[in-house]
Design a protein. Structure first.
Length: 263
């Protein structure tokens, strides 16, 4: 729902269209990013990754994905009906962060009680999707940053949807710190299963704001709806729903034949 506010771009004077929840918005006329909360221009480097695939290329990619790989029904491609494809440019913060985790604890999985202390240092380029409450598989998406360019409105197809961010870089930094801390603890869990002390020291190197192209393809298989998400830049499948195998006798032999023919 659009919020009725008289807000104009500080750069070109054009009206800005605000929607509920959005904090960082981009002018549809000149491409200038604007922080609604602070009433100031957004100063982070703003990049865009153009979509190299059109709808035809996307559908061809999805059909190839359906016809290859394990754990898919033998009739997956033939029995699936693609109902539509849509392109969305999603806002991501790329947080370049160094973290050192100091820990004290013990390892007891082998039956003993071995004290362990140390430090774990790692460097991350951590991705934060700038939308609240989204179920998008951010960790699974390897954003092709090598294809990024300075933000340019001409790189956005007229049929594409463009989403603004719902929080700013400070919120993204805080989210990244929390998620990185959880990841550090997960990495350490193979060495320490009982923690007495965990302390993280963070160093933020840089934060970049980038819009990346994601295609969503809806299809129906056996009267059930499914989806595939893929990167518009390189065509890689980010996540795709795979229907359960056919449990019938005919389905079993069909899948068996597929398995042997694929050798």
């Amino acid at each position: 729902m659009t919020i009725a506010q008289d807000v104009k771009c500080h750069n070109c004077g054009a009206p800005l269209s605000l929607k509920a929840g959005e904090v960082i918005i981009t002018c549809e006329y000149c491409g200038t990013a604007f922080n609604v909360a602070t009433d100031k221009k957004f100063f982070l480097k703003h990049s865009i990754i153009p979509s190299k695939l059109d709808e035809k290329g996307v559908l061809e990619t999805v059909r190839r994905w359906m016809s290859t790989g394990a754990l898919k029904p033998s009739n997956f491609q033939k029995a699936s009906k693609i109902e539509g494809a849509s392109l969305t440019f999603l806002p991501f913060y790329i947080v370049h962060i160094n973290v050192t985790t100091s820990y004290e604890g013990s390892f007891t999985r082998t039956g003993g009680n071995e004290p362990r202390t140390g430090k774990l240092h790692k460097e991350y380029y951590w991705k934060i999707l700038g939308r609240r409450g989204s179920r998008f598989p951010t960790r699974e998406y390897e954003i092709p940053l090598s294809g990024k360019e300075d933000f340019n409105l001409s790189k956005i197809s007229k049929v594409a949807k463009f989403l603004n961010a719902e929080f700013d870089e400070k919120d993204a930094e805080d989210l990244a710190k929390g998620e990185v801390a959880d990841n550090q603890r997960f990495l350490l869990s193979s060495q320490v299963n009982i923690f007495k002390k965990v302390e993280n020291t963070f160093e933020i190197e840089d934060i970049e704001f980038v819009h990346a192209p994601v295609w969503k393809v809806d299809f129906v298989y056996n009267k059930t709806s499914y989806q595939v998400l893929l990167c518009g830049s390189n065509g890689n499948v980010i996540r795709g729903d795979i229907p359960p195998p056919d449990q019938s006798v005919g389905g079993f032999f069909s899948d068996l034949k597929k398995a042997f023919s694929g050798r």
